[in-house]
Design a protein around this ligand. Structure first.
Ligand code: ADP
Ligand code: MG
Length: 475
């Protein structure tokens, strides 16, 4: 019996059909066409890049099991992405991939070998004496500069990042610290530096790691008594990208080891890139000597993109996914989602998914439903003004009294509580909280937060204030 692409795929489909909901099967598997079988490699055609990403994200395990059943352990799957869109059969549009379409590091084009994600450090520990071990960079090629839309909100951070990637270790931006709120592109930019350096200097050892994972590895190394190997491993890196360094706060052991690694790298002209959700002055519980290192190079802030930039980001994403969406819909999304690029993309992805699931057109009413869900789900941030009003009212005083310079105990407490809630419930920096609550400096706010933390643990009455105010502020 000869094995054809169709016969293999049809058998896979029988298995898949048994394992997922009919609607999902219809949407995601019926449109696939088997193209070719060569040895253990099956090529299937999918209608768009979005389709391919969706399959990879949601059905990769199922596909793998199905394929291994048919073709054995070495089964591989290759996607052939069609340059035509079949979401709506009425007006098929063309998929346009930008000419600079990046190749993933380990595979070519969109030909992805079917392998379960193994983005883990292969062996984080060097065997003594062996210098260049192969280190997986942990970079995602999709997070590159070409995909990162420039705007006023990110101009400094972006150009500093480009400068660093053109001359790693050779600019005064060492370390380069990129900071800003959630979903504004810190990880993307940090990764883009690594991706660009890998392209320009393939021989350089680049490593991207989250501060959280770094901490975990360190703890493991202490347990396993391999702390020195851990340090040696990191000291070998040419370009170290540590994401979300605020995670190190309060973790003095990890800070200590990072301090030594940092010094070694810096002294040897290696490049360090850090990201954080706060500016260095607002970082809490990070040792002074480490903080001062963070400030050695350049700190560049990412802020929320303006309307034009939001439109460009949406369009770039549509372009890459090969979908066309009416202008008014794009504008509607950009007008309503303002503070977070991840949410902007989230709305777009939901919209595409919903439209293709139900084989619907992209309509404004569908868009409104989706945007509403996103807006509702993101907690409304209370303002510092509102917090001051609520706290003053609770303690039966005026806002001006709360802000005054008096040292009367109950007023000081009220002020400290307002600062504490402002820190907890808004994204404002310590400095900006201080300036809004009676023109105090960031150290005063920090002190207030610590005092409130201590008192809530030791003082029952105070604990009650905090609880009651929390309730008032969250409704
Ligand atoms: P952060 O690490 O700051 O929380 P991310 O880097 O994860 O944010 O960004 C969130 C999402 O928004 C990512 O998918 C990223 O690609 C996208 N993004 C952020 N900024 C931009 C930009 N300027 N252009 C294009 N995409 C962006
Ligand atoms: Mg991030």
């Amino acid at each position: 019996m000869t094995r054809t692409a169709s016969s293999v795929w049809n058998n896979c489909l029988l298995f898949i059909k048994d394992n997922i909901k009919p609607q999902a099967y219809k949407t995601w598997f019926e449109p696939i066409k088997p193209m070719k079988i060569a040895g253990d490699v099956l090529t299937i055609q999918v209608p768009s890049k979005f389709f391919f990403e969706w399959l990879e994200e949601h059905y990769i395990k199922l596909l793998r099991v199905a394929l291994v059943r048919e073709l054995g352990d070495h089964a591989k799957l290759v996607y052939d992405v069609r340059m035509e869109n079949t979401y709506s059969n009425k007006n098929p549009h063309t998929v346009k991939f930008p000419s600079s379409n990046k190749k993933p590091f380990n595979s070519q084009g969109v030909t992805i070998p079917l392998e379960i994600d193994k983005r883990e450090l292969k062996n984080p520990f060097v065997i003594p004496g062996i210098q260049k071990v192969k280190i997986e960079s942990q970079l995602n090629p999709n997070y590159n500069f070409e995909n990162f839309i420039e705007g006023d909100s990110n101009r400094l951070a972006r150009s500093a990042s480009m400068a660093v990637s053109n001359k790693p270790g050779g600019t005064s931006f060492n370390p380069l610290l990129i900071y800003g709120g959630v979903g504004l592109g810190k990880t993307h930019l940090g990764q883009a530096i690594g991706v660009r350096i890998k392209e320009r200097y393939p021989e350089k050892t680049v490593l991207y790691i989250s501060a959280e994972k770094f901490t975990q590895q360190f703890i493991d190394s202490v347990k396993a008594n391999t702390r020195n190997d851990f340090i040696h491993f990191y000291q070998m890196i040419d370009v170290l990208i540590v994401d979300d360094v605020q995670f190190l706060s309060g973790k003095s052991g990890t800070q200590d080891v990072f301090f030594h690694i940092f010094n070694h790298l810096h002294q040897n002209g290696k490049q360090v890139i850090l990201t954080s959700d706060k500016a260095p002055v607002d970082m809490q519980d990070i040792e002074q000597r480490l903080l001062s290192r963070f400030k050695w190079g350049l700190s560049a802030e990412l802020v929320a993109p303006d309307y034009e930039t939001r439109i460009s980001i949406l369009k770039s994403k549509m372009f890459r996914d090969g979908v066309e969406i009416p202008e008014e819909i794009v504008e509607y999304i950009a007008k309503n989602i303002k503070t977070n690029v991840r949410e902007l993309e989230g709305v777009l992805i939901s919209l595409i998914a919903q439209a293709s699931f139900n084989r619907k057109e992209f309509t404004l009413s569908l868009t409104k439903q989706i945007v509403d869900k996103f807006v509702k789900n993101t907690k409304k941030e209370v303002s510092i003004d509102y917090i001051q009003k609520v706290v003053s009212k609770y303690f039966e005083m005026d806002v001006s009294t709360l802000q005054s310079k008096t040292r009367k105990r109950h007023i000081v407490q009220a002020r400290q509580l307002a600062m504490y809630f402002a820190k907890r419930m808004t994204k404002a920096s310590l400095a900006s909280i201080g300036s809004q609550i009676g023109s105090r400096d960031h150290a005063t706010v920090l002190h207030a937060c610590k005092t409130v933390d201590n008192l809530t643990e030791t003082d029952k009455q105070f604990r009650k204030y905090v609880d009651e105010l929390t309730k008032k502020l969250t409704f």
